[in-house]
Design a protein around this ligand. Structure first.
Ligand code: PMP
Length: 497
């Protein structure tokens, strides 16, 4: 090996040798696994001391460019490159990863909003979302409230929370929620309330506190897909109870209780996701009574209970609960904004402390700053005003949606007008499949949530349903979107004929 050395230069000889070799390795002219000359040999070729060469090799080894094996020599290592997703394309994952994949396949149907974006329509209209209208988020008011909180509370707003009970949530917020609930006929004290990071966390805490892997959870069929995903991830067995326009079909429940021995029933009694149905008063009473008789906890998910546009308010199951058989959850995600990630649960009895312990190990506490800001916002009555206005806006949009469905989709499509919430649930005529309709709809520039994904089993059998969120678009865009959906439906029918 020839290396031109500047013997009179300022840079020491070992550094010159090291720099030459480093450059050759990084450029690839000394490829991986090349054996470098023995130090004695290179020293003699270059006319330098052997220790000079050994110092150069040591520098390269310290930087991970070569490795030395005693008695064998010094070898070039692969040059450090950008981290690769996988060492070699197509190489198998480690066994533990393969086992994980086989044990818990994670659902991976493409999200409708992604398909819609990929279709490249210049003005897409998306009805697939699960939340309220982002345009209605009170951004400016929240900014002012956060500034005021930082001025008022300073560092306290940026700590975990109150010493000794930060995991339960900011006490004034829990008191405010308790007052709001009491005004709605659900008596609860702050000591029964646990603030969670969205109601999704409340569902996870309850499921983890109440069930072991392999045990059965009863759900409405269909139900909220995020709950199904959670229960599947926890390796629970899921059994479905059919729903109709009055919610969960209580007369089918008792047989299931006897056959399946569930450890929990998860229900969305108000403006159910995805069907929009509301559980009627007598079924509510029967459900709570059955839960008592069969020693079965109820997890009540009241995600949009405040968004009622007509009809009489129904009591929460928790309000009918005589002895702590119901765990109630709700959220500020739909009525206010989902990015706050503030939800809560109400529980009484020993289960409350289990849920608190679960919260502690899950994420220690929900953001203190956000809770304080939310408490200030709710207390001054802005929240109630926002809610009233949202109800007015969403009622108009629901009416626009029902009208547009009748006008543009009518032939053979079935649906029931919801009294509140965010969703209309449609059944396509004949054997038409909503998963087949979705790409055609996206081509036309409109998307929805295909219904099969909300069923605990038999997604293919139930592929004739779809969910439309009427709250996220203006009446004009609802009309345009339904017109496009009508076109896509006619194309699907023509293809199926
Ligand atoms: N329950 C239902 C029925 C939902 O639809 C959702 C969200 N789409 C949640 C719970 C969870 O919402 P968050 O965590 O934002 O409160």
């Amino acid at each position: 090996m020839r290396i031109a050395l500047e013997r009179d230069g300022k840079t020491p000889l070992y550094q010159q040798i090291e720099a030459y070799l480093r450059q050759a390795i990084l450029a690839g002219s000394l490829p991986p696994e090349t054996r470098l000359p023995a130090s004695r040999k290179l020293a003699s070729d270059l006319g330098v001391n052997r220790i000079t060469v050994e110092k150069a090799y040591a520098g390269l080894e310290a930087d991970g460019l070569v490795f030395s094996q005693v008695g064998s020599g010094t070898y070039v290592l692969p040059p450090p490159g950008p981290p690769q997703a996988r060492a070699a394309p197509g190489a198998p994952w480690p066994l533990w990863q393969q086992e994980l994949q086989a044990r818990q396949p994670v659902a991976s149907a493409p999200a409708p909003e992604i398909l819609l974006a990929e279709a490249g329509h210049p003005d897409p209209i998306d009805f697939s979302s699960g939340s309220g209208d982002a345009q209605r988020f009170p951004v400016e008011e929240l900014r002012r409230v956060i500034q005021a909180i930082l001025r008022r509370d300073g560092i306290a707003a940026l700590e975990y929370g109150e010493r000794g009970c930060s995991e339960r949530g900011y006490t004034p917020l829990r008191s405010t929620i308790a007052q709001v609930l009491a005004s709605q006929g659900l008596p609860a004290g702050p000591e029964n309330i646990l603030i969670t990071s969205g109601s999704q966390q409340a569902l996870a805490l309850a499921a983890q506190a109440l069930l072991q892997p392999g045990e059965v959870v009863l759900v409405e069929s269909p139900t909220y897909s995020g709950a199904l995903e959670l229960f599947r991830l926890l390796a629970l067995r899921i059994a479905g109870v059919p729903v109709d326009d009055n919610g969960l079909q209580i007369e089918k429940l008792e047989a299931l209780l006897q056959q399946q021995h569930p450890k929990l029933i998860y229900t969305i009694p108000n403006f159910h996701n995805p069907t929009g149905a509301c559980l009627n008063a007598s079924r509510r009473r029967q459900l709570v009574e059955l839960a008592g008789r069969y020693n079965l906890p109820i997890l009540e998910d009241d995600f949009v209970g405040d968004l009622r546009y007509e009809g009489r308010t129904q009591p929460a199951l928790k309000a009918l609960d005589p002895d702590g058989r119901v765990v109630y959850t709700s959220t500020f995600s739909k009525m206010l904004m989902p990015g706050l990630r503030v939800g809560f649960l109400v529980a009484s009895g020993p289960v409350y402390e289990r849920l608190v312990a679960g919260k502690r190990v899950s994420d220690l506490a929900t953001s203190s700053l956000t809770q304080r800001a939310l408490e200030a916002y709710v207390t001054v009555g802005r929240y109630q005003a926002h809610l009233r206005r949202s109800c007015q806006v969403y009622r108009k949009r629901r009416d626009a949606m029902l009208h547009a469905i009748k006008r543009y989709l009518s032939s053979g499509v079935q649906f029931s007008p919801p009294q509140g919430g965010l969703f209309v649930w449609l059944r396509l005529p004949g054997a038409l499949n909503a998963e087949d309709l979705l790409p055609l709809a996206c081509e036309q520039g409109v998307a929805f949530a295909p219904g099969g994904r909300f069923f605990p089993a038999d997604a293919a059998v139930n592929a004739g349903y779809l969910r439309l969120n009427f709250a996220v678009q203006t009446p004009e865009r609802i009309q345009a979107g339904m017109q496009r959906l009508g076109k896509a439906l006619r194309r699907l029918k023509a293809g199926a004929a």
